[in-house]
Design a protein around this ligand. Structure first.
Ligand SMILES: Nc1ncnc2c1ncn2[C@@H]1O[C@H](COP(=O)(O)OP(=O)(O)O)[C@@H](O)[C@H]1O
Ligand SMILES: [Mg+2]
Length: 532
């Protein structure tokens, strides 16, 4: 064991470090947990050189702004700083509370971290960042003065090695992290490199940028199966669309990640669009939860793009209302009156302007507004969305989706019809598999196993098949795959481990232990449905 303060070796029975006298850290939570997370390591390049001629206090104050910027970036994207190292830090995404977006969130945080440190205006301060997604053991450690959330396991070393290998102001990522964040984050493949402590040369990626592409857009590009089942939900939405004629209707679809909320609402909105409805769409994003009005901005952009008009062309807004929309869209505002308004009055102007725009649209054509993943809505947008979703106007259909945890309170006040999405059911699961694997007879057994293994959750079906293809068990094209070798264990692809872990986090510790025992016991050992 190493001393938490001076890193010198301590005996198993020692209570104090013989070297520096620090009390030996003790684990307070004996049930350490295995977690699949993304680890971020960052440090200041050549920090020793930077502070070589400074006395200790000056050295700390030279590095502290960089550390503060690093912490800020990690927290902005929901990470936890697990260790501070004087000139850098180690952070974890996806623990202690599981988050299926841990890898893209960590990439966004890494980019923000480099940006924030560069923005300090100290050209001597450059950082480098390493990212790796992997399995770790997480536990709380109590030392004399503090409690620390400790992350152990080989995954830490790879993140640290990637950090050390990175060029100044660059972010390097492992393949595991790249695979999970791809689509949302852009990478450049740098080839395989030999890293200290690893016997094989490992593939290394450089993060080149991140867009705010939603998981739905990434999935839509990959999806191969025809839309199946969901007849009841479509019938409900149909009825609401009809009732929206005389007065606005609102629906809320609730469901766990990967259950098919996005697919369902997009299929339905596409239908309405073909029938002449005007569709507008915004997605709340975990990356932008802290960015005021980010959801409203996305909705306004969708409206401006969809109507090919500027706001003036849509409605006659007052001067203040026009400034309000400009503020939401991050445009420059020249109106001096806007500058003098109190935050509360600004908020009201933004809300009134948004409602006025929507009202002017609805009189022209039936309009459907889709707001996805409300559990991630930023607080500033909430009040406006509540006003929009409660407008008493004919010809407006508001569709909302959310995970079960984090549904905003105001939804209950806008008279929404609520539908909870469950998994697809065995027959529909098989239909998806017909589209993904093809219809060759020797696939029948595999299809049955996948249906059982995934409990017909559509995302799980897709990802299990994708991982079989990645592992070379299946070969050929989607829709016409052949078995290249015996299937063996189906496994749980890393892309859905976070989803399952997030579900498990919602149940009590006792129930979780029971599930663990059940999972260790029986024939359902490999069955993902035990995690549901
Ligand atoms: N009813 C369905 N038929 C076919 N594929 C589906 C269906 N529902 C979901 N999928 C597919 O499963 C994946 C996950 O669905 P998605 O709608 O993104 O889930 P959510 O929005 O609830 O997280 C997507 O690739 C989607 O195309
Ligand atoms: Mg979705």
């Amino acid at each position: 064991m190493l001393c938490f303060a001076c890193q010198s070796t301590i005996g198993a029975d020692d209570n104090w470090c013989a070297q520096c006298g620090a009390a030996v850290a003790k684990r307070v939570d004996p049930d350490s947990e295995q977690r699949f997370v993304t680890i971020l390591r960052a440090d200041v390049v050549d920090s020793t050189g930077l502070v070589a001629d400074l006395d200790p206090e000056e050295a700390v104050s030279r590095l502290e702004p960089a550390l503060a910027a690093m912490r800020g970036a990690v927290r902005q994207f929901g990470g936890i700083v697990s260790k501070e190292l004087g000139d850098g830090l180690a952070a974890v995404f996806g623990a202690p509370i599981a988050d299926d977006n841990h890898a893209p969130l960590a990439c966004h945080a890494a980019i923000e971290l480099v940006r924030r440190v560069a923005g300090l205006g100290d050209p001597g301060l450059q950082v480098r960042v390493g990212l790796h997604s992997g399995r770790v053991v997480a536990y709380m450690v109590a030392s004399e003065y503090s409690k620390v959330y400790e992350i152990g396991g080989a995954a830490q070393h790879l993140a640290a090695r990637l950090e050390a290998a990175a060029e100044p102001n660059q972010v390097y990522a492992s393949e595991a992290c790249q695979k999970l964040a791809e689509g949302n984050v852009q990478f450049e493949f740098l080839g395989r490199r030999q890293l200290k402590g690893f016997s094989e040369a490992l593939p290394i990626y450089r993060v080149t940028g991140a867009t705010d592409v939603s998981s739905w857009r990434v999935r839509r590009a990959r999806s191969v199966a025809r839309f199946v089942n969901r007849l009841n939900e479509i019938a409900l939405l149909r009825r609401l669309a009809q009732d929206a004629g005389p007065n606005r209707q609102t629906a809320l679809l609730i469901g766990d990640p990967g259950i098919g909320k996005s697919r369902l609402v997009h299929e339905f909105v596409d239908e309405l669009t073909r029938e002449g409805w005007l569709p507008f769409h915004a997605e709340c994003s975990p990356n932008l939860q802290g960015a005021p009005f980010s959801t409203l901005k996305a909705l306004m952009l969708s409206i401006l793009e969809g109507t090919a008009a500027d706001t003036d062309g849509l409605t006659s807004l007052t001067g203040i209302q026009r400034s309000a929309i400009d503020a939401v869209l991050d445009r420059p505002i020249s109106d001096p009156e806007w500058g003098e308004l109190e935050p509360h009055a600004r908020g009201r102007a933004i809300s009134e302007a948004s409602c006025a725009i929507l009202e002017s649209l609805v009189v022209r054509r039936r309009t459907v507004i889709l707001i996805e993943d409300l559990h991630w809505i930023d607080r500033a947008s909430e009040t406006v969305m509540a006003a929009l979703a409660s407008l008493q106007v004919p010809g407006l259909l508001v569709l909302l989706t959310s995970r079960p945890i984090g549904i905003p309170d105001w939804v209950a006040r806008c008279n929404a019809e609520i539908a909870a999405l469950r998994s697809l059911g065995e027959d529909a699961g098989r239909e998806m598999l017909d589209d993904i694997l093809g219809r060759s007879a020797n696939m029948a057994d595999l299809k049955s196993r996948v249906v059982l293994h995934t409990a017909s959750v559509p995302l799980f079906i897709e990802e299990v098949c994708r991982s079989l293809k990645d592992r070379g068990v299946l070969r050929g094209h989607w829709g016409d795959l052949a078995l290249a070798r015996p299937v063996g264990e189906l496994g749980i692809p890393s892309s859905i481990q976070g989803v399952i872990a997030a579900r498990l986090d919602r149940i009590s510790k006792e129930e979780r232990s029971l599930l663990q025992i059940a999972a260790a016991l029986g024939p359902i050992r490999q069955n993902l449905c035990c995690a549901m």
